[in-house]
Design a protein around this ligand. Sequence first.
Ligand SMILES: Nc1ncnc2c1ncn2[C@@H]1O[C@H](COP(=O)(O)OP(=O)(O)OP(=O)(O)O)[C@@H](O)[C@H]1O
Length: 591
Amino acid sequence: MKWDGLKNAFKLIHIHGKKWALFSLFTRILMGILPFVSLKLLEKLVNEVTGYLSNDSQGLKVIFLLLFFQFLVTISRTIIQHVNEVMDMEMEYKLDFIIGRALSEKAVKVPYHNFENAEFYNTIERIGNNQGTRILSPLKHLLDICQAVISFGSYIVFLAMVHWSLVVISVIVAVPTLFVQARYGSEKFFLMKYTTKEAREANFISALFQNKEGNKEIRLFNLSNYLLSMWERLTLYTNNKAIQLMKREKRTLIILDSLTALMYVGASWIIINLLRSSKLGVGQFVSIGQAIQGAQGVINSAAVSLARIYEEQLYLNDYFSFMEHEDETFIKPASTWIDTNSAITISNVNFSYSDQGNNVLKNIDLTIKKGEKIAIVGENGSGKTTLVKCILGLYPITNGDIYVHQKNIQAMEPQEISDRFSAIFQDFITYPFSLRENVAFGDLKHLNNDELLLEMCKQSGLSKKIESFPDGLDTKLGKFLYEGSEELSGGQWQRLAIARAILKDSDILIMDEPTSALDPLTEMDIFAKLDSMAKNKTAIFVSHRMAAARFADRILVMKDGEIIESGTHEELISKPSEYSQLFNLQAKWYA
Ligand SMILES: Nc1ncnc2c1ncn2[C@@H]1O[C@H](COP(=O)(O)OP(=O)(O)OP(=O)(O)O)[C@@H](O)[C@H]1O
């Protein structure tokens, strides 16, 4: 389990980057051997130069040859390094592309209720961007370790040829370095993991200062100081944790470096003795220093790579566990409801957002006939939106059943649900794209059907506004992405969202307070036209305005998660009821 992320990353690279992996392995082996070749050349060169300086004129040719070989080694190293960097980048971009897409696709397949879960958000935050780099990174580090091991091996062989004790010294220095780096790598990840909540909160606050809506509210309510002190507290908390860890790591590294320095003193003592007993030439003497330093350097880099592999594989576990998240499952058998006239049948549904939570919907029994226009009213928090979301299959129903056109909603494929419904909520999206796209997102097959798109805009009362746009349907909206785009008012955006919803050729239209930003006359107009806009469709709309609800074939009144009244406007108003009370109260304001 612990290393599953790494295994899966390798599988991905095996599928998409075999050539890259083979090429990288080959070049790392070469790069691993090059330092040994360099050392040998240096040793020979120093010996030849010393000989030449003591008037051995024959040495000059050899010196030039050795210098030429050194040049070849240097140039080869540079070429390999740069080619590797290009190959790595290509591979990272390729994986970014594949994984970025897979991640977004997965995000719409996991059950929607996961989005209520803070840990789910934290995981997505940790996965972040540049997943291609993340996937590739462990293998790159593994290759770095291969290269380091080969280099270390060649340094050791070189040192062993001089004296065995130099090998012992190099190994003694290497082991604790490996251990320390690997340990702090994992600590850094866990620190990240446990401060993500605070970091997310701090990011949210700084984003408020930078976005249009947040910035406006901060100015108007004078929230700047309060929010900044909150941001400071959260940021200092995360910063302090990171600094503390860094201090501990550096303290350990100082001890480790002292040990290394001590070992160098020992090594120098051995070398001096070897020089004194004339067992060492000047060339060897110079290259030993380089070999010891080189061995230490490659072990350091191998240790860093090892720690990074550990760190990265923990990220990978996050990514792959997200990707292995179960897709929407259909927990109910494909049971059917026999009443063929019913568009929606809700049978004894009780619903709570969490296992331990209170029921937000209680004992809901309801049949909505095909073609019926239903209005749901009720005070805030009475469960209207929850009911609508459950009808749309966004949450699993463990108690009771919901049937849509005789089929249990939980036995329906997401595509089938999407085909049946067209829905618009209060928190609809204002896409910073063209007007055309904003409407056509309701049903993309009409993207180029200008006549139909304009008709939808007309029905939702947008015709006049569109006439003022020189680019008509192709006008870019929202001053967010494009210079020179047009901005709409809140109500106009809502009309656009309504146009999007009615464009879709579905059996059931659901509108959850999509008209709250419309002026009362426009809202009344839209509801009065609902019959023609939602011709032959079943429609459910949620509203707080009783005057608009009266156009519905039937009004449902919700209170504390229950449907407490049901009937036409005339039926409900003619007797003492919650509805008549709400209606009369609102009517009084207008009077
Ligand atoms: N995602 C959620 N997780 C937990 N509880 C929730 C969630 N969404 C809503 N609730 C709770 O469910 C109850 C019903 O909320 P719901 O949004 O369905 O009410 P509503 O009638 O649509 O309200 P309003 O008129 O204010 O939109 C509320 O008490 C609310 O606190």
